[in-house]
Design a protein. Structure first.
Lengths: 104, 360
């Protein structure tokens, strides 16, 4: 054994950077204590919706249907791209959940 | 304590609640509630005073709203109000009914749900959609909607539902098994030799006569009907009416022979008041004789319709009758339809009207 070899340093797991989520104005009154902007740790859009639902029960039903899919008149954008429920979330991504113009 | 009459109104842009003392001459109106969601039906549980509003929002999907303080604050839920993954999702809740604390919700696409915790969670009454006729169910103009729920006043196992356009179904066992109850009702839109099918009728509304659970009244796309055997057979009561087409029906609170209808001019002629003259038609003879009740209603240029859940009576003496138009006027009569006055103008499209009388 080479005693000169440096001991391996323990590698600290890098904390996953949360994503920044913006919620639509029409959603906020349905969950009165929900902010319009928050940070959430999630690896996919589906995980993100689950995390929102855990904090504000019922929020998943407003964003997703039972297919399961993002509702027809809702849109989720991740770093500027419109995505589906299975889309991965890069660390630190900007996520916009928006009501579509067609739905009102 | 003086009673207050509440008129619960569903509209395309939220729920409204009108209130008056029992004289029913002066009304206050509050709303819109439910964040201006499209609301298809609003009812109250007379036992608790809780108001429930059913609807569906194009962005956020179906939900049932609840208010325990007569509209001041609301919560909403759709927990469990869903079909299995892969099935067409529920678009909206269309109708509500409550008995002994058990709340039922009819939805689009047609199905029935039950809640035993005041609408916080729901379970599917799956037996209805298991009926072998379901592949034949076709949507009507308003979608494949379950819009009428009639609960037996004493037997919790018995429920009737109306589905457009699958027809009337009945269960004896609380929803496990169902049978069609359409014998004698026409389907004029079918080929001539198929106009009395077992299912596929376009029922628009069913109501139960007070004190007589065997007597049901039905407004259908194709005629008006009465049943005296719980819907096993139906008999036409359209003779004497100006058309065979309309949407709502409202039973009297005490007299099983008294019924109110709002016939329209026909399904392909605009679906407004016949000759553009407002009238609600009343029978006090179980549908064998009719009289038009027009006093106070516009007698020219009345190009409005009344949707399937938009007429109701109250339980006062004499009974009040209320209807809302698809052009946003809410009419009230405090004398069983003999005279009418507008309670509110310029509301959104009125989809439903119900009443409850409670202490103020």
């Amino acid at each position: 054994m080479d005693s000169l070899a440096p001991d391996p340093k323990p590698v600290a797991a890098e904390p996953r950077r949360p994503v920044c989520v913006r919620l639509p104005a029409a959603l906020a009154p349905l969950f009165p204590d929900a902010p319009r902007r928050l940070e959430v740790e999630a690896a996919t859009v589906s995980d993100l919706v689950d995390a929102l639902d855990a904090r504000w029960p019922g929020m998943r039903d407003r964003i997703c249907d039972s297919t399961p899919a993002i509702r027809r008149h809702m849109n989720v954008f991740v770093d500027g791209e419109r995505v589906g429920l299975d889309a991965p979330l890069p660390p630190g991504a900007d996520v916009f959940i928006l009501t579509a113009i067609s739905g009102g | 304590m003086t009673d207050t009459v509440f008129v619960l109104v569903g509209t395309r842009k939220g729920a409204f609640i009108a209130a008056s003392d029992p004289a029913r001459r002066e009304w206050s109106l509050k709303g819109p509630f439910c964040e201006t969601w499209p609301i298809n039906h609003v009812i109250a549980d007379p036992a608790t005073g809780t108001v429930y509003a059913a609807g569906g929002n194009e962005w956020f999907g179906p939900a049932v709203w609840a208010s325990k303080d007569r509209g001041e604050t609301w919560t909403h839920s759709s927990a469990g109000l869903a079909y299995a993954a892969g099935e067409t999702p529920i678009k909206a809740v269309w109708s509500l009914a409550i008995r002994d604390g058990v709340l039922y919700a009819g939805v689009e696409p047609a199905g029935l749900f039950r809640s035993t915790d005041g609408g916080e969670t729901w379970s599917h009454v799956a037996g209805l959609r298991d009926h072998p006729s379901r592949p034949q169910w076709q949507p009507g103009g308003g979608g494949l909607i379950l819009h009428s729920i009639v609960l037996h006043p004493r037997d919790p196992g018995q429920i009737w539902v109306g589905i457009s356009s699958a027809g009337v179904f009945h269960t004896f066992d609380g929803g496990e098994t169902w049978s069609p109850r359409n014998r004698g009702t026409r389907a004029d839109y079918m080929p001539e030799d198929q106009r009395y099918p077992e299912v596929g009728q376009c029922v628009h509304c069913i109501v139960m006569a007070p004190g007589n659970p065997d007597r049901l009244y039905q407004q259908n796309h194709c005629g008006m009907y009465r049943s005296d055997d719980g819907g096993v057979t139906w008999e036409s009561i359209e003779e004497g009416l100006p058309s065979t087409f309309g949407f709502p029906a409202a039973a009297h609170p005490r007299d099983p022979d008294q019924l109110f209808l709002a016939p329209l001019n026909g399904d392909i002629q605009g679906r407004f008041m016949p000759d553009a003259k407002g009238a609600i038609w009343r029978t006090r003879k179980g549908g064998t004789a009719w009289e038009a009740k027009r006093e106070g209603l516009p007698q020219e240029n009345a190009y409005f319709g009344v949707l399937r859940q938009a007429m109701a009576t109250d339980r006062l003496e004499p009974a009040g009758v209320y209807f809302g138009t698809n052009s946003g006027t809410l009419y009230a009569s405090a004398d069983e339809g003999d005279s009418w006055a507008a309670l509110a103008h310029h509301l959104p499209v009125i989809t439903s009207v119900e009443t409850v009388v409670m202490p103020a």
